[in-house]
Design a binder for this molecule. Structure first.
Ligand code: AMP
Ligand code: GLY
Length: 428
């Protein structure tokens, strides 16, 4: 079977790398891909915003499955247009993708189906948003309703900060994404990224990871798309996974099905594990990046049949198998990230890093220039490793970083700290 992967990040490299290992897979194409993806797939220039062009490519190249990596094409309805053309695809419809496309949509769904999440209000003007703030306890969270590339969230410690965040949203700081504002209670606890494959009716747990959102060591500095991740997440015990499936994932899947907008794809629940148990911070309608990279490396099962079962509605018949141990990924970013990253610097030593036992380097933002690999984004590399423990996986990932020669890049030095502290505690 021929596969088309839509996207250009480390998530898509990890998906391509994993799918390429399937005996069912013949050719992989990626639109647009990157220099790392090009080692396992043919990168093509089709504009993914032009759904007609994507459909024409699929027909001309006998594509058996389109895997849609990022949220933007999902929210734009690529899955709907592929469905109308009779082309099998992995990723939800535009209406189901509202789970990520509108925070207010998700909060209303939670209210309707009794899914645990912080109390909230939705507003389309500053005056009523500020009126709601009166009498709420601090801290409180102010969010632009729409897609804001992870930047539309302010955790306000005072009513003044919250009011300023409301004004910034309505003044256009996040463009159209901020024309509606959600204000919600602050949830206190440990965060986890939880994944479930959903075929519209059946949902199966697909692992949990922990991300590191802040740019600096010790969780300092501005928020990013994610500076590193590992799986499994120790906070997601069997009991927490069962509760998350029963209290959050299954009611969501059943609720969307009952509304006539079934969810097919991977549901990524951003969770806060509070004193009460798992509560939903937000949904994403795609794999996390960099969480996908560690999941693909820990997964032992063939990924392609899982994607096909999700698309075909046969997840009730699949079983999952994972490697023992843990996987961890460290993001290497270009100087300037998460502001404006420097582009075009050369990265050396990638083959030597890849050759280290248990290590795979996924490309997140690179481009090939002849035999050279150049930085071409904010997050550039995902140095990913498997080990018997998070501690061992981390040691391997940083050993690989040591042999990568890229003075213009940087990374955090403490990815996995929470799990490693727990592992140290467990061994005394
Ligand atoms: P988001 O862009 O929605 O992923 O939010 C970014 C980050 O803000 C999350 O990963 C959390 O760390 C934090 N956050 C968002 N909503 C809440 C909340 N209600 N309570 C506590 N932290 C939150
Ligand atoms: N790593 C968080 C995300 O993909 O949204």
């Amino acid at each position: 079977m021929n596969i088309l992967i839509v996207g250009s990040g480390g998530r898509e490299h990890a998906l391509a790398w994993r799918i390429a290992q399937s005996p069912l897979c013949e050719r992989i194409y990626a639109a647009p891909g990157n220099a790392g993806i090009a080692t396992v797939a043919e990168c093509i220039g089709v504009d993914v915003a032009d759904h007609g062009a994507v459909i024409a490519f699929c027909r001309a190249h006998d594509i058996g499955l389109v895997v849609i990596g990022p949220e933007a094409p999902l929210v734009a309805g690529l899955a709907d247009d592929l469905a109308a053309a009779g082309i099998r695809h992995f990723g939800p419809s535009r209406l189901a993708a509202q789970l990520e496309g509108s925070k207010g949509f998700t909060k209303d769904l939670c209210a309707e189906f009794n899914i645990p999440t912080g109390a909230y209000g939705r507003f389309t003007d500053a005056a009523s948003a500020k009126a709601y703030l009166e009498g709420r306890s601090m801290p409180i969270v102010v969010k632009a309703d729409g897609l804001a590339a992870g930047k539309g969230v302010v955790i306000a410690n005072t009513a003044g900060e919250a009011a300023a965040a409301v004004d910034a949203c309505f003044d256009g700081a996040f463009g159209a994404a901020g024309s509606e504002v959600v204000i919600e209670d602050y949830l206190d606890g440990e965060e986890a990224s939880f994944f479930a494959l959903c075929d519209g009716k059946t949902a199966i747990a697909f692992g949990a990871a922990q991300d590191h959102k802040r740019v600096g060591d010790g969780d300092t500095g501005p928020n990013t798309g994610g500076m590193g991740a590992y799986t499994p997440a120790p906070v997601m015990t069997d009991e927490m996974i069962a509760r998350t499936m029963d209290e959050i994932i299954r009611p969501t899947v059943a609720g969307l099905a009952s509304r006539g907008t079934p969810f097919k794809g991977v549901l990524f629940a951003g969770l806060m594990i509070t004193a009460k148990g798992p509560e939903l911070i937000e949904y994403n309608v795609r794999f996390g990046d960099p969480e996908c990279q560690v999941l693909m490396m820990l997964l032992k099962s063939d990924m392609l049949p899982l994607l096909l079962a999700t698309a075909d509605g046969t997840l009730d018949a699949v079983a999952l198998d994972w490697h023992d141990g843990a996987t961890l990924t460290v993001v290497m970013a270009a100087t300037g990230y998460p502001g404006t990253p420097e582009k075009g610097s050369e990265i050396r030593g990638l083959d030597a890093a890849d050759a280290i036992d248990g290590v795979t380097v996924f490309h997140a933002g690179t481009k090939a220039d002849g035999n050279r690999v150049l930085a071409n984004g904010g997050r550039v590399l995902n140095v990913t490793a498997r080990g018997a423990s998070v501690t061992e996986a981390q040691a391997r990932a940083y050993a690989a970083i040591d042999v990568i020669d890229w003075p213009e890049g940087f990374c955090r030095h403490d990815i996995g700290w929470r799990a490693i502290a727990r592992e140290r505690g467990a061994t005394g």
